[in-house]
Design a binder for this molecule. Sequence first.
Ligand SMILES: [Zn+2]
Length: 242
Amino acid sequence: MRKKLLFVIGGIILAVGIVLGGIKLYRIQDRNQCGILLAFDDYNADNWAGYFDLFDEYGVKATFFICANEPTDFCYDALERGHEIAFHTAGHQELTALSEEEVYQQAIDPIEVFRDGGIELSTFAYPKGSRNEELDEKLLGHYKVLRGAYFLQITDKHQFKEGYVESLSLDNGNYSSQEQYEAQIDDILANLKAGKGRVVSLYSHAIGAGDWSITEDRLLYLLRKAKEMGLQFYTFQELQNW
Ligand SMILES: [Zn+2]
């Protein structure tokens, strides 16, 4: 009888050990996982929403840095699909050219309006990447992360918890050919995979032709390659809560 009891207790201890070990292993894998923060700026709601199904197919959670005065139907649809709504000023103004009052109107006052609509804005992208130290300081009193617009930065995901981060534009206008685009994507993804817990922030404005968009072909190249290499897509808020 006592032998049987010891056997049962031993079994329970072993089972708990296996579960805890599994959880720990999962956490380490999660921490080491590399990925991409994919974003779209300005406001191209119909265009973006037309790609929601494709995003689902490739497990993409994207961040939409919108210019708007208040929450729109698109915002709620995007949130429901697991994407993030982030902010990019009310009227796409370059903040360095504005008075203090105008900075509040463009970048800070809308936070409350969105909050009243049930949307928490915690990430901000500077229109045209136009910024200075004073603005960073002011905005970081209201946002967790501020995003730039000009540079490639491949970094540990903890760097994305708070403060200023860079982002690379994948707009068609930045590439002279498909080959040049693919070579840069190959390079970036290989660099991500070479480390642990590395992420990169990439963005465009819409999907399609034109200098300020990314063609569907190029977007698909990125999504397929990322999937093939086991890279994950993160929203900015996901990493803020890491
Ligand atoms: Zn913009």
